[in-house]
Design a binder for this molecule. Structure first.
Ligand SMILES: NC(=O)c1ccc[n+]([C@@H]2O[C@H](COP(=O)([O-])OP(=O)(O)OC[C@H]3O[C@@H](n4cnc5c(N)ncnc54)[C@H](OP(=O)(O)O)[C@@H]3O)[C@@H](O)[C@H]2O)c1
Length: 315
């Protein structure tokens, strides 16, 4: 089968479409013919050697997919459309995956849309709703609101009647995002005063020099979810602010979760989020679709922050 392989860990230029051995499904796993796969920042980091695939996976990026069952486990028919998350390897023509970790794709969703929803919506939902427990009427600060995860968070906020306060360095992305309150960040060390009323929960997708200002913008007993570090992996932390406001700072990641937690995420997605997609309250926000033969260009567009919403690669 063909796969997008990291031949050299030097960024998108080191990617090559190559023939590699197809995976052999183990007991309880489905073999899936991948039709489309969503691109994520983690894939970009992986091409730079900064976020390697977990042990046991080939050096093939790709964290989310949509495809057809080729051979299968209990509860799945050959040809059935499925989508889901994998720790790596979705940028290949075939994928073996535990049948408890996949989600059945509703008829109303195209392959491209299905490949674009699971990582972004699961990340935002798990971080802000399940872990930080943001509530109806509260204020959710979403950094990099035009990102794949950010655009998902805005839709979730609307569906669950949470006030979305989005930041971006680009006015166009702010306008496109439809968030309730928009904060253009020209200088990461001075945006807190423009966030309006204090923030209950922050979905921090950037970290770095934004962090101290994020703490400044928080309400007493607010929660900052550290989810992404596009603005940098280190930050100066004004501990007095953490202490006096009694803030919670929680880090989270999906990729390192084991099979049980992954199965729980898939089941939670099916139970809670899928009905909202079927009813039209949530939708895939796909900015770019490219064939795998043009994958390098798609990675480069993400690296230059030119993308809005999700990028999807198709076979
Ligand atoms: N923890 C997890 O499990 C998990 C899962 C999925 C994603 N993530 C993280 O969540 C974030 C979003 O992921 P994604 O795939 O949705 O990303 P994406 O669509 O590629 O968007 C990332 C956005 O980050 C902003 N950005 C880039 N460099 C920046 C900088 N130096 N300072 C400030 N903003 C910057 C850009 O927005 P503007 O142009 O608007 O500034 C860019 O559009 C990433 O950090 C990713 O690693 C974490």
């Amino acid at each position: 089968m063909r796969a997008l392989v990291i031949a050299e860990a030097e960024g998108p230029s080191g990617l090559q479409l190559k023939e590699i051995e197809a995976p052999q499904p183990q007991k309880g796993e489905l073999l899936v013919k991948v039709k489309a796969a969503g691109l994520n920042r983690a894939d970009l980091l992986q091409t730079l050697g900064l976020y390697p695939a977990p042990p046991g996976y080939p050096d093939v990026p790709g964290l989310e997919f949509c495809g057809e069952v080729l051979s299968g486990g209990p509860g799945f028919k050959k040809g059935e459309r499925v989508m889901g998350l994998t720790p790596a390897g979705a940028f290949a023509e075939q994928l073996a995956i535990d049948c408890k970790q996949v989600i059945k794709v509703p008829k109303s969703m195209s392959d491209t849309e299905a490949a674009a929803v699971v990582e972004a919506f699961s990340t935002a939902w798990d971080a802000a709703w399940l872990q930080a427990k943001v509530k109806k009427g509260q204020r959710l600060l979403i950094h990099a609101v035009g990102s794949g995860v950010g655009t998902a968070a805005v839709q979730l906020a609307r569906a669950f009647k949470v006030v979305s306060v989005g930041t971006s360095r680009t006015q166009k992305k702010l306008d496109q995002s439809g968030c309730d309150e928009k904060v253009l960040v020209e200088e990461p060390s001075s945006f807190a005063s423009r966030c309006g009323a204090p923030i209950d929960v922050c979905l921090d997708l950037v970290g770095g020099a934004y962090f101290a200002e994020t703490l400044e913008a928080m309400a007493p007993r607010g929660t900052v979810m550290v989810v992404g570090l596009t603005a940098g992996p280190s930050a100066e932390v004004p501990l007095r602010t953490v202490l006096s406001k009694r803030l919670h700072v929680i880090g989270t990641t999906l990729r390192s979760r084991g099979p049980k937690e992954r199965a729980a995420l898939a089941q939670g997605f099916t139970r809670t989020l899928l009905p909202l997609f079927k009813q039209g309250h949530l939708k895939a926000e796909v900015g770019v679709v490219k064939p795998f033969s043009e994958a390098r260009a798609a990675f480069e567009a993400m690296a230059s922050n030119d993308t809005y919403g999700k990028t999807v690669l198709t076979w």
